[in-house]
Design a protein around this ligand. Structure first.
Ligand SMILES: Cc1cc2nc3c(=O)[nH]c(=O)nc-3n(C[C@H](O)[C@H](O)[C@H](O)COP(=O)(O)OP(=O)(O)OC[C@H]3O[C@@H](n4cnc5c(N)ncnc54)[C@H](O)[C@@H]3O)c2cc1C
Length: 439
């Protein structure tokens, strides 16, 4: 599809990738009066925001991003501008403990040692500390007990899609401080579906005269200061004065798009970061049968560290017959993704103290999207390995006032791997372009 204004004309800018970062950048430029083309490989916009309808209930199924983490001003403002509704997640947390092959669900118990560890992470000194450590080294150095160490490691790997032996403590400290500043522990969802946010950005971009090309993968970028030529897989050629690239980190690392000449420092910075894996399966049932079977009224999150997947959640306080299973980081990298839905059902049956047959009886369908195998993401989201805390700063520096990079991996404020980090980066790249002068 090409939603266009018609005849080809000289462009001021090309934006590659219509995820949140690309859409935010493209809208900003179009509204500033620039002639902009937005080029997207998939047949839809939104990138790693991908909402599909649910069988019933008023909430949709999210296959990519689901939560707004905290109250990030840019994203909250956008949701309100789009006239969308948010609701905050609330409810009980339960933990599944297994001892001698017997499991039981119970309140998650004393987390004081884990909380102390994360409080230490948030201390500003750590973010500045010149010597970086991996999270595993940090935990070992702090001498916490084995149970707290396992909980903290599961949390860090699950949240950041990371390997605890690699993820940087300096990045975690920066992230913790960034989250604290926006009440990051509050989670909310967009009732109408997350995809309505990129859909709104698209509408405003088109209203401002922008041009969109979907199903148009970019193959190569020839450039020199002040001039860019983008060639698509179907040999379409577009030229402009500059380009904003929001290719996901995995795509940059795979060199799926060829640059002539190569922006060496940018590609080296991309290689220092890591794209983490995630497996998420959403089950839709004919009704919410779990409160009755396991006394789980008001259940929000359920943690089963030994199981696959280890993290589960409901849509509490809104009721919907939907459960999501989540596995990320090191555990996800060892998993055959196609096996996740069946394995998850068996886990669910054990945890709910039910039989597999009973769980299946209520099951309508499941949803799984393998973001690792998707050629236009090649992974779920970015984390920062030890020693690479400045890589995203390097990625955010324009090349010869002509190549500008955006996307969650280029966020410089500690919000890697999030929708609001991506949004922020898109606005930043657009402002950089608007302020740029080619020498
Ligand atoms: C399973 C999962 C769960 C998540 N959960 C959350 C969450 O709850 N909360 C949260 O804040 N964040 C979450 N995230 C992260 C969030 O989705 C991303 O950080 C954010 O959407 C990234 O936006 P972006 O614009 O940087 O990249 P993308 O959305 O990936 O956009 C990049 C675009 O570039 C396109 N593209 C790729 N290659 C080419 C090419 N050759 N030519 C043209 N176009 C190309 C892609 O198709 C894509 O549309 C989650 C991610 C995943 C995968």
């Amino acid at each position: 599809m090409a939603a266009s204004r018609g005849k080809a004309e000289a462009l001021d800018a090309i934006v590659i990738g219509a995820g949140v970062a690309g859409l935010a950048a493209a809208r900003t430029l179009a509204e500033a009066g620039r002639r902009v083309a937005l080029i997207e490989a998939r047949d839809r916009v939104g990138g790693r925001i991908h909402t599909v309808p649910a069988a019933h209930g008023d909430l949709s199924v999210e296959l990519g991003a689901e939560f707004i983490h905290g109250l990030p001003p840019e994203l909250i403002h956008l949701v309100e501008e789009a006239g969308l509704t948010r609701f905050e997640l609330e409810g009980d947390y339960r933990c599944w403990r297994e001892e001698r092959r017997v499991g039981r669900l119970e309140p998650c118990g004393d987390q004081r040692e884990v909380n102390r560890l994360f409080d230490e992470l948030g201390q500003s000194g750590l973010a500045q500390d010149s010597q970086d450590l991996s999270f595993s080294e940090f935990v070992a150095q702090r001498g916490v007990g084995p149970e707290a160490a396992a909980w903290a490691t599961n949390y860090v790997e699950g949240f950041n899609a990371a390997d605890a032996n690699r993820i940087s403590v300096r990045s975690l400290a920066k992230q913790q401080a960034a989250e604290d500043a926006i009440s990051g522990d509050r989670l909310s969802r967009v009732v109408e579906g997350y995809a309505r946010v990129p859909a709104f950005l698209l509408r405003t971009f088109l209203d401002a005269g922008g041009e969109l090309f979907t199903s148009t993968p970019v193959r190569s970028i020839n450039w020199k200061p002040g001039w860019v030529e983008v060639t698509t897989a179907a040999d379409r050629v577009l030229q402009a004065s500059s380009v904003i690239l929001t290719l996901p980190l995995g795509v940059l690392q795979a060199r799926s798009v060829v640059f002539l000449p190569q922006p060496v420092e940018i590609l080296e910075a991309a290689d220092r970061l890591a794209m983490g894996p995630v497996g998420r399966v959403v089950y839709e049932f004919d009704r919410s049968f779990w409160p009755q079977s396991a006394g789980l009224e008001g259940l929000s999150f359920l943690f089963a560290p030994e199981a696959t997947p280890p993290t589960w959640w409901t849509t509490s306080p809104r009721s919907s017959p939907m459960l999501t299973g989540w596995i990320a980081g090191r555990k996800a990298s060892k998993l055959e993704m196609a096996s996740l839905p069946e394995t998850g059902l068996a886990t669910l049956a054990s945890v709910l103290g039910s039989s597999l047959g009973e769980v299946r009886k209520h099951l309508l369908r499941w949803h799984l999207h393998d973001w690792q195998m998707d050629p236009y993401s090649l992974g779920a989201y970015t984390y920062v390995p030890r020693g690479a805390v400045h890589a995203s700063d390097d990625l955010s520096v324009p090349v010869e006032a002509t190549l500008f990079f955006a996307g969650e991996h280029t966020d410089t404020s500690g919000h890697w791997g999030t929708v609001h980090g991506a949004l922020r980066s898109g606005y930043r790249a657009a402002e950089q372009l608007l302020a740029a002068r080619v020498h």
